[in-house]
Design a binder for this molecule. Structure first.
Ligand code: ASP
Length: 615
């Protein structure tokens, strides 16, 4: 009987020695083929794994057997055969099917394959562009299939947990209006209205808030978000969020529910018990101790505030930095006294990437000697006070950076990560979760010299801090002319939280503004006039005035979570059809030019020769 018309009996990797003597039908791809003169061995592969198939003239008519010589890598094959134990000494303990093989009684080539552009089992040397161009082949690799099965699992566990906890799954529009998440919008021209555009959602933020106003109480969506950013490593123009919103909740309730989600995910996807509740770190403390609002807490190495200490020393640059409202902080590295001159130069250059104009160091050598170009400026008492302040011990090095706060945080924060990696202080396969809380509502954009929302403009300020908005709004010109440090906006705290894990921001969210007056104040503060607010967010302001419940939520980066679960370093390994760093899809060749006719319909005229985005 024609094999292509017959149903397979199981997947390739499901065959076991308990089936010895039984007939099976398998279908899959020729992963490897070994022609041992009289007998041909095929590793037949499907998405579950491999099974060894033996094609021998002893069990097949000669004309059929001869056909087996045509088999090449990635031919699609159907096989009927009997399960039998592998001969002694050829058992492969690394394969679930390693004890058996299939003695073929019939086979059929369902489809041949051209020679591959790269070998699937030697892909590590293959350039990524080739992998992306032939993604349908790249995705055949068992490593990739493992990733996408995990992706499926993560989605299912998430759905199960949220659904069990009363969340309803929604879809929100893709063709919509700009949602300010801080990136550039992708725009889609409207054919019905000349010169008008839809924006693709940067997140479903406003829709989920409106669903709360509509009374749905608990919402979730595994949502695609679109942000036209310059692609930094591990960003994609379209990515996925686990997007969540709840009504009548406190931040504490959000933490507890979300810790439950993370625990369920880690347990079911990785078999790992994640202890809850998670640690909480105020934003200011995270910035001070780890130089980051997404601290890697798998290892300690805290940074110490030393501005006051150094401003009272004879080290002129430090005193000057302090006098100019800069700050000075120290990073103690156990064992760092052994760093060579070259290593110190490299670390100085590294800190320079983040803007540090220098990296001071103090080695704590054997016999209590402090070695440093700056040691002569510190008398014995001061040296001792420095060592005590950072908890130094013999064999350590103390790094010091003096600069603007942002530079000090970035430089020491990054140095902390680099040194920890170099000294192998970061435990593999450990997950350190922490909620970062008490974020400032605004951040100061140095270049533009304006305050912008740290998260998005719908984040609820801490109630006691609302008068600071009034203080600023009463006379913005006065405050903007003054020193940035004195601006009351710097002191407004947000009811916002991020979940950090291993130095990544896994997600973040906030309690939202559900009161129109406060929303108006925030818009005014960030320079969105009443008119502009109506034009852009009239629907939201309306909704807030029709009995909006208190609500809040958050979103997790779905791919970020997957990367952590899988230990993958690149986001492209967990997206089936990703774009390159420059935003191109090499497989379908997008973006690409379109017909003049299509442009006309969309009222688009262009004088530029169209240049499709390429790598
Ligand atoms: N919409 C936010 C974001 O995309 C998440 C949230 O506040 O729920 O970052």
């Amino acid at each position: 009987m024609n094999l292509s018309a017959e149903k397979r009996t199981c997947y390739c990797s499901e065959v076991r020695s308990s089936q010895n003597g039984q007939e099976v039908i398998l279908k899959g791809w020729v992963h490897r083929r070994r022609d041992h003169g009289g007998v041909i061995f095929v590793d037949l592969r499907d998405r579950t794994g491999l099974c060894q198939v033996v094609i021998s003239p002893e069990t097949l008519p000669q004309d059929q057997f001869d056909k087996a010589h045509e088999l090449r890598d990635e031919y699609v094959l159907a096989v009927r055969g009997t399960v039998r134990p592998r001969p002694e000494g050829t058992v492969n303990a690394n394969l679930p099917t390693g004890e058996i093989e299939i003695n073929t009684t019939q086979f059929e080539i369902l489809n041949p394959s051209r020679p591959l552009p790269f070998r699937l089992d030697e892909y590590t040397n293959v350039n990524e562009d080739a992998r992306l161009k032939y993604r349908f082949l790249d995705l055949r690799r068992p490593e990739m299939q493992k990733n996408f099965m995990m992706r499926h699992k993560l989605a299912q566990v998430t759905r199960g947990y949220l659904s069990d906890n009363g969340f309803l799954e929604f879809s929100t529009p893709i063709l919509t209006k700009s949602t300010p998440e801080g990136a550039r919008d992708f725009l889609v021209p409207s054919r019905h209205s000349a010169g008008s555009f839809f924006a693709l959602p940067q997140s479903p933020q406003l829709f989920k808030q409106l669903l709360m106003v509509a009374g749905y109480d608990r919402y979730f969506q595994i949502a695609t978000c679109f942000r036209d950013e310059d692609l930094r490593a591990n960003r994609q123009p379209e990515f996925t969020q686990i997007d969540i919103e709840m009504s009548f909740i406190t931040a504490e309730e959000v933490y507890a529910l979300m810790e439950g989600l993370i625990a369920a995910v880690w347990k079911e996807c990785r078999g790992i018990d994640v202890p809850t509740p998670f640690q909480r770190i105020p934003y200011q403390e995270a910035m001070l101790k780890y130089g980051s609002d997404k601290p890697d807490l798998r290892f300690d190495l805290p940074i110490t505030e030393m501005t006051e200490f150094f401003s009272n020393t004879d080290i002129k640059v430090f005193a000057q930095t302090a006098a100019n409202r800069g700050i000075i902080r120290a990073l103690r590295v156990p064992g760092g006294a052994a760093f060579s001159r070259k290593q110190l130069d490299d670390y100085t250059a590294f800190a320079g990437i983040y803007g540090a104009k220098g990296l001071a160091w103090f080695k704590l050598n054997e016999g209590g000697e402090m070695q440093s170009p700056l040691a002569k400026f510190l008398d014995a008492d001061k040296q001792k006070a420095l060592v005590d302040a950072v908890g130094g011990e013999t064999g350590d090095i103390i790094f010091v950076v003096a600069d603007r706060e942002k530079v000090v945080c970035d430089a020491l924060g990054q140095l902390r990560l680099k040194v920890a990696a170099d000294l192998k202080l970061i435990p593999e396969d450990k997950y350190a979760f922490a909620w970062v809380v008490d974020f400032p509502l605004f951040e100061y954009a140095e270049r533009e010299k304006i305050f912008t929302p740290s998260h998005h403009p719908f984040t609820m300020p801490v109630p006691e801090d609302v008068p600071l908005l009034d203080e600023y709004n009463a006379d913005p010109a006065k405050w903007n002319a003054g020193a940035m440090q004195d601006n009351p906006l710097r002191r407004v705290r947000a009811q916002a939280y991020d979940l950090a894990c291993n130095g990544e921001e896994l997600g973040g969210g906030s309690l939202r503004i559900h009161n129109k007056d406060i929303q108006d104040k925030v818009f005014q503060t960030i320079g969105i006039s009443g008119e502009e607010a109506r034009a852009k967010f009239g629907f939201l302001l309306d909704a807030l005035s029709y009995g909006a419940p208190p609500h809040g939520g958050l979103a997790f980066g779905f791919e970020r979570m997957l990367m952590l679960l899988l230990g993958e370093k690149s986001i492209r390994e967990v997206i089936a059809f990703p774009k390159t760093q420059s935003g191109a899809d090499l497989m379908v060749d997008a973006s690409s030019t379109v017909d003049e006719e299509q442009l006309k319909e969309l009222f688009i005229k262009t004088d530029l020769p169209p240049v499709p985005a390429k790598v």
